[in-house]
Design a protein around this ligand. Structure first.
Ligand code: KG4
Length: 340
C-alpha cells in the first residue's frame, strides 16, 4: 500500500503544507507572509502569529488539492528546526495534535535536509533527474552556506560552512544598506542582469579549507558605497546595476571556489544546489558552466523547490519514515542544529 505523507513547514516566514504519495507530489501549498516587507526583514513575533492564522487553511488546502482525506494519511512530517522558535512551535504543535487526532505517527525533519533532498520530489508528468549517491550539495540560504556531502537520504557530512554570515544574509543586508529593498536576493539578481559584473571589485576572504565567510565582502561593499556617495550623492542610483552585478559575481566566485575545491578533494562529480539562494540566476548559470567544463553532473532544483516549501519536508520525512524513525510527543523544536 502506498504511503501518503503530509509535510508541514513553518521554520521562518512561509507557512507550507504538501502531500506526497510515496515519492510523488500531490500538492504543495505555500502562504508567504508579506507583513515583513515593511520592516526590511522577518519579524519573529509577527511570523509566529501569521503561521497560527495560516496553518489550518494551508493544510486543508493541501489535502483538498491532493484529493486526499486526512484519514488516508500514513504519517505527518514536520520541520523541527533550525529556524525561528516561535514559528517552529506552530508547525510542531500542529503536527502533534493532528497526529494524535488521526492516530498516525509523526516524523521530525531537519529543515536543511529538506533543502538538500529537494531533487528527490517526483511529479506526475515531469521528468526529474535525481543525483546518485554520494553527491555534493551547495546549500545556500538566508541562514546557511554549506557544502554537504550526501551519502544517502539519511547520511550527511558537512564539509564546509560559513564562519559568519550566510550568503543570503549578505544579499539581504547589502540590499537593505543600498536602499534597494527586501528580500535582497531576488532584487540584486534582477538588477545584476542589466549590469557589468567586472566594473567594480570587492574584497574576497581567505579562509582555509572548505569554510566560507561573507562578512568581509559585506563590509567591503559598505565602505565602497559610503566613499563613493561622499563624492557623488547620486552614485548609487546611477550605478546600481553595475554594483549589483559586481557584488553578485563576487559572492558567486566565493561560493564556486570552495565548491570546485570540494569536488576535487572528494572526486565527486554529482553536484546539486539547494536553499533560497539557489534561485539566483547568476549562480545557476555559473554552476552549469563550471559543470560542463569539469564533467560534473549538475542538478538544479525547480524554482518552486528552492525557497522554503513543505514538499521537500515531506520527501525528507518519507525517507525517515521508511527507516522506521518516529518522533516522540515530547519533542521540542530547536532553533539551531549544529550538525545535519
Ligand atoms: O531558503 P530560504 O527561503 O529561507 C531560509 O533562509 O531558510 O532562503 C531565503 C534567502 C534570502 O536571503 C533571499 O534573499 C535569498 O534566499 N534568495 C535569493 C534569490 N531568491 C531568494 N538570493 C539570490 N538570488 C535570488 N534570486
Amino acid at each position: 500500500m502506498a504511503d501518503i505523507i503530509l509535510g508541514i513547514e513553518s521554520s521562518c516566514d512561509d507557512t507550507s503544507a504538501a502531500v506526497i504519495k510515496d515519492r510523488v507530489l500531490l500538492s504543495n501549498v505555500i502562504a508567504s507572509q508579506d507583513v515583513h516587507r515593511a520592516y526590511g526583514g522577518v519579524v519573529p513575533e509577527l511570523a509566529s502569529r501569521a503561521h497560527e492564522q495560516n496553518i489550518v487553511p494551508v493544510v486543508s488546502e493541501a489535502l483538498a488539492r491532493a484529493a486526499v482525506s486526512a484519514s488516508e494519511l500514513t504519517a505527518i512530517a514536520f520541520t523541527r528546526g533550525p529556524g525561528l522558535l516561535g514559528s517552529l512551535l506552530v508547525g510542531t504543535s500542529f503536527a502533534k495534535a493532528l497526529g494524535l487526532a488521526l492516530d498516525i505517527p509523526i516524523v521530525s525533519v531537519n529543515h536543511l535536509q529538506g533543502h538538500v533532498l529537494a531533487n528527490f520530489v517526483r511529479q506526475e508528468g515531469v521528468q526529474v533527474r535525481e543525483p546518485s549517491f554520494p553527491y555534493l550539495c551547495l546549500l545556500v540560504s538566508g541562514g546557511n552556506s554549506q557544502i554537504v556531502k550526501v551519502n544517502s537520504p539519511l547520511d550527511f557530512e558537512i564539509l564546509g560552512q560559513t564562519i559568519d554570515d550566510a550568503v543570503g544574509e549578505a544579499f539581504d543586508k547589502c540590499s537593505k544598506m543600498m536602499g534597494l529593498g527586501y528580500p535582497g536576493g531576488p532584487i540584486i539578481d534582477r538588477l545584476a542582469k542589466q549590469g557589468d559584473p567586472k566594473r567594480f571589485s570587492f574584497a574576497k576572504p581567505h579562509i582555509p579549507g572548505l569554510d566560507y565567510s561573507f562578512s568581509g565582502v559585506k563590509t567591503s561593499l559598505l565602505y565602497f558605497v559610503r566613499d563613493e556617495m561622499a563624492k557623488d550623492p547620486d552614485f548609487m542610483e546611477k550605478n546600481k546595476e553595475d554594483i549589483c552585478a559586481s557584488f553578485q559575481k563576487t559572492l558567486i566566485d566565493i561560493l564556486m571556489d570552495k565548491l570546485v575545491k570540494a569536488a576535487k578533494q572528494t572526486g565527486i562529480k554529482e553536484i546539486t544546489i539547494g536553499g533560497g539562494v539557489s534561485a539566483n540566476s547568476g549562480l545557476r548559470t555559473r554552476i552549469s558552466e563550471e559543470g560542463a567544463k569539469r564533467g560534473w553532473n549538475v542538478y538544479l532544483p525547480e524554482f518552486k523547490f528552492t525557497t522554503d516549501n513543505a514538499a521537500m519536508i515531506a520527501i525528507a520525512g518519507y525517507f525517515h519514515y521508511l527507516a522506521g524513525e518516529r518522533c516522540p510527543l515530547d519533542a521540542a523544536p530547536v532553533s539551531r542544529i549544529a550538525e545535519l
